[in-house]
Design a protein around this ligand. Structure first.
Ligand code: SAH
Ligand code: SF4
Ligand code: F3S
Length: 449
């Protein structure tokens, strides 16, 4: 750290998906050279960054209540004579509702979209000069990635790495194509450089991120389009990069070479997040998912043929406009037939500007709530069954962090469950064989093999 730069406190609060987690880490990397040091509380911070999510109404509304809380903290800080607290809103709400934020929340100094945060140093300086000028900036992922440093701060042996951003799919319920822009893939070289730097700092597992990560088509050194599978072969060649994961995939972009990589590339973990949203053909059509339930079953069968132990995860929406009891039954039936190791499920939330928000047949809240409960109970049952099956098996565990008890370490199985093991703290950062001995609530218990 530069001695003549006085330390400033930065508090960053992250909502939403893993890409926002990645972006928050990168914002910290960008601000560190300016003397910002991360503080885990907003109280007394010189800069508070809210990295927001617009996906459902609840997520978006949280931002405004948080801004209210920050405004009070800012006044207290100023009253103590500790200078001003700059409040910045980043992420997908910033992109979608930049103007509205400025009108509704005058306390906000700065609004910056997901493709413009590399300009934060400049934007913050301008805000300070003009005392409260509020600025937003727009799409241009290329400029952002070119501006990011390869020298990331890492914490532990796992890391996220964004390889693709944006979405061209326009599912009728979803804001992402509007908040993240069109599909764009980073060039292979820039990804490999970032991955090599991470490996040199002890990272052993990468999760490649994209809104449609399996649509990845970045250019390679010869100027030719790559695929996600090709990219993973190159990443697996990096010394120490033992495990690769990727999320989120769209069923229609699951190419044969990616399926083959699950068979041929040991680094690719046997876990696939493959959202389907609904099991009803009628609802899938209304959602503009561009495939039916049978195509999803066929795809899973093809992947399981090469990787029978594959853990499948998914996303589901209940209460989409027009969803009847029969449609919901079809979703439950799909879940029973697939058998999920885990899944995320949500009550449909009408989003401004999306086609589904204006569709007839909006489902009453109490009906959607009841469906969500039924669906989640089924998923929990399947999740427990998947974990029970692992008892007695010996699995490679990548130890990530200390557990609650002295000597304990917590790691992840290839199938992504948390596993805790006694007397393993010395193995943090390494992969070790562990025998699974019990299923314990949200995790598994194991012993060193
Ligand atoms: N690109 C990914 C994920 C996008 S957002 C995909 O194609 O699946 C993550 C999840 O949020 C979605 O899979 C969906 O299940 C949920 N979601 C998106 N919009 C929603 C809305 N309007 N209401 C409820 N859930 C929503
Ligand atoms: Fe949203 Fe559909 Fe794109 Fe996923 S594929 S980000 S759900 S529009
Ligand atoms: Fe939310 Fe934006 Fe991710 S809307 S889910 S933070 S892409």
């Amino acid at each position: 750290m530069n001695d003549h730069v006085p330390l400033k406190k930065l508090h960053i609060k992250t909502y939403g998906c893993q890409m926002n987690v990645y972006d928050s880490e990168r914002m910290v990397d960008i601000l560190r050279p300016l003397g910002y040091e991360v503080s885990d509380k907003a109280e007394g911070a010189d800069l508070v960054l809210l990295n927001t999510c617009h996906i459902r109404e609840k997520a978006a509304e949280k931002v405004y209540s948080e801004i209210g809380r920050l405004k009070e903290m800012r006044e207290e800080k100023e009253a103590r004579g500790e200078g001003r607290m700059t409040i910045a809103v980043a992420g997908c709400v910033a992109q979608a509702e930049g103007k509205e934020i400025m009108n509704r929340a005058p306390a906000v100094d700065l609004v910056v979209g997901p493709q413009a945060y590399h300009q934060l140093p400049e934007l913050i300086a301008r805000t300070h000069r003009s005392k409260g000028e509020r600025l937003s900036a727009d799409f241009a992922p290329e400029a952002k990635f070119d501006a990011l440093t390869m020298d990331r701060a890492v914490s532990g042996p796992t890391a996220f790495l964004t390889v693709q951003e944006g979405c061209d799919k326009f599912c009728t319920f979803c804001v992402v194509p509007y908040t993240r822009g069109a599909e764009w893939s980073r060039p292979v070289k820039s990804i490999l450089d970032e991955a090599r730097a991470l490996a040199a700092k002890g990272v052993r597992e990468l999760t490649l991120l994209g809104q449609n990560v399996n649509a990845y088509n970045g250019l390679d050194a010869d100027g030719l389009e790559s695929t996600l599978a090709k990219l993973m072969y190159a990443l697996a060649d990096i010394q120490g990069m033992d495990r690769l994961r990727y999320t989120t995939s769209h069923p229609n972009d699951m190419g044969q070479d990616l399926i083959d990589a699950h068979r041929d590339l040991p680094a690719v973990m046997p876990y696939l997040h493959l959202p389907v949203q609904s099991g009803s053909d009628k609802i899938l059509r209304a959602m503009n998912r561009k495939h039916g339930r049978q195509a999803y079953f066929d795809l899973i069968e093809r992947i399981k043929a090469v990787r029978p132990d594959l853990a499948i995860s998914g996303d589901f929406i209940v209460g989409f406009p027009g969803e009847t009891d029969k449609d919901f039954e079809d979703t439950l039936d799909l879940i029973r037939r697939v058998g999920y190791a885990s899944a995320f499920s949500f009550k449909y939330s009408p989003r401004p500007g999306t086609p589904a928000a204006g569709m007839p047949g909006q489902v009453p809240d109490d009906v959607a709530d009841a469906r969500l409960q039924t669906l989640q109970a089924l998923i929990i049952e399947q999740q427990q069954a998947f974990k029970e099956k692992l008892i007695g098996q010996t699995l490679d565990i990548l130890f990530e962090k200390p557990g609650r008890l002295v000597g304990q370490a917590i790691g992840r199985s290839p199938y992504l469950q948390s596993v805790f093991v006694e007397d393993a703290a010395h193995l943090i950062g390494q992969i070790h064989k562990v025998k699974i001995i019990a299923n314990s609530n949200n995790s598994l218990k194991g012993e060193l093999a």
